[in-house]
Design a protein around this ligand. Structure first.
Ligand SMILES: Cc1cc2nc3c(=O)[nH]c(=O)nc-3n(C[C@H](O)[C@H](O)[C@H](O)COP(=O)(O)OP(=O)(O)OC[C@H]3O[C@@H](n4cnc5c(N)ncnc54)[C@H](O)[C@@H]3O)c2cc1C
Length: 436
């Protein structure tokens, strides 16, 4: 057993969910001093709501028991999930998915949840409006220098790159090879809206938007998936629609022009014309009542698998490590699992010399898991948009392929991975397992 370790200084670059989760996880360790830097003037999370399965809620509780309560304070809605066909020969048929169903997850607005995660955090650790322009290594065992956009600099022992899909820390770890560093467009795109519940009920009917029985329903169409759910203590409804273009995507990284696709109202209607469920038409009408002139669909990007998430003192987490398709809410679950494992490993550091062992152990356990999640999310994307080869809109085949699809996320074995990571760290440090 080591005596009290020297202070270890950690800089988190990026104040999204991944960065915030690492911050919360590290706060419990008195020998770690942590700062979180966010370039935007406030901590912001954009995009559609997030779904937290019971397994993901357990991960939150393991990071910090109060994080589970943050979900409720952010108006999370306990939701039953359903998946049904909106098109094809088996229209209306429900597809059962093992582990999903009755009241199986909590859906929450991501900005509301981030606000709750960061509420009450010590202001001295939080640095909004602070862009990090570069990081330089100071030599073996000497730590890292953070360079700020205003020209100032500060020394740290560890940098956590939580700066998202387009952040610069991925290049620090992987080098300047654009094939690995840049996310590329997958051909999937997304449009989402959030409206007051009453307005959604007027457009879609109240069968599926009853606040007494909140449901998240995914409608599988011919090249599309339409999802609706309730948020903000059931005061609001969210609609997210995904589509897929079959045009070839760029081979070498995403160009700036590929972040969005524009559709005229007629083109947009046409995309969903084979969906024969009346409430799907209601959803399209509702989206068109928000985007009256043109639909701006966000292209869904993905990174190629990284050969490593770490260098000696820098590690990647969340979207900077692995941007992936959002079909299983896997990216947020995986980011939180990474935050738990990383903070556990850093919390066990006996000295600065052990930092490379902790980061290697993090990489060893977390990277294969992220690769599995990215692959599964992509396969699920093809299935729920009716575009999986040899499956299409056949309900029996969809049932067969989707039944086991979520099990790897719901298996509740995060504790085993956390234990595995600590054992790897111990081995790398040459210390008997059981050291604490
Ligand atoms: C539009 C959108 C939709 C998504 N939909 C889903 C979904 O439905 N389901 C799901 O599971 N996941 C989804 N995801 C992914 C999920 O939100 C993320 O995996 C999760 O929130 C973790 O993100 P992050 O914290 O790694 O990155 P981000 O949330 O992108 O945060 C990175 C932060 O770093 C900051 N930053 C960047 N560069 C610097 C710098 N140089 N200095 C300081 N700060 C910097 C940015 O301003 C940003 O706030 C979506 C993501 C996006 C963007």
């Amino acid at each position: 057993m080591s005596s009290s370790p020297s202070t270890i200084r950690v800089a988190i670059i990026g104040g999204g969910l991944a960065g915030a989760a690492v911050l919360r996880g590290l706060l419990r360790y008195p020998h770690i001093v942590v700062d979180m830097y966010e370039c935007r003037p406030a901590f912001r999370e954009e995009g559609p709501a997030l779904g937290f399965t019971t397994s993901t809620q357990d991960i939150l509780a393991a990071i910090d028991p109060d994080l589970q309560r943050c979900l409720d304070r952010a108006g999370a809605v306990l939701t039953t999930t359903e998946t049904r066909l909106a098109s094809g020969p088996h229209i209306g048929r429900e597809i059962d998915i093992n582990g999903l169903g009755e009241r199986c997850k909590k859906n929450v607005d991501r900005q509301a949840f981030l606000n709750e995660m960061l509420r009450g955090m010590p202001p001295r650790m939080m640095h909004p409006g602070t862009r990090i322009s570069s990081v330089t290594e100071l030599g073996p065992g000497q730590g890292l220098m953070l360079h700020f956009a205003d020209g100032s600099q500060k020394k740290y022992d560890i940098v956590v790159g939580a700066d998202g899909t387009h952040g610069f820390t991925r290049r620090l770890v992987l080098g300047s090879d654009e094939f690995l560093s840049n996310a590329y467009p997958t051909g999937f795109w997304r449009v989402s809206i959030k409206v007051p519940l009453r307005r959604a009920q007027r457009a879609m009917g109240s069968q599926y938007s009853d606040p007494r029985n909140p449901r998240q329903v995914t409608w599988i169409g011919d090249g599309t998936a339409m999802i609706h759910e309730l948020l903000d203590n059931s005061r609001e409804a969210q609609i997210v629609v995904y589509g897929r273009t079959d045009e070839a995507t760029e081979e070498n990284g995403a160009s700036q022009s590929s972040w969005a696709r524009l559709f005229t109202p007629d083109e947009f209607q046409e995309i969903f014309s084979t969906n024969r469920v009346p409430m799907c038409h209601g959803m399209v009408d509702l989206i068109q009542s928000v985007y009256t002139v043109q639909m701006a669909a966000i292209c869904q990007l993905e990174h190629r698998p990284a050969p490593t998430f770490v260098s000696s003192n820098i590690c990647l987490i969340g979207d900077s490590a692995h941007s992936m398709l959002p079909f299983q809410d896997a990216s947020v679950s995986i980011a939180l699992e990474e935050a738990l494992i990383l903070s556990t490993l850093l919390g066990r550091l006996p000295s600065k010399e052990a930092i490379p062992a902790a980061l290697q152990a993090y990489d060893h356990v977390c990277r294969p898991r992220a690769e599995q999640a990215a692959e599964s999310s992509a396969e699920t994307g093809f299935l729920v948009t009716g575009r999986a080869t040899g499956v299409g809109l056949d309900a029996n085949l969809l049932q067969q392929h989707l039944w086991h699809k979520y099990e790897f996320l719901l298996d509740g074995t995060t504790d085993e991975r956390r234990t595995a990571a600590t054992m790897v760290m111990d081995q790398l440090m040459g210390v008997e397992s059981g050291w604490a």
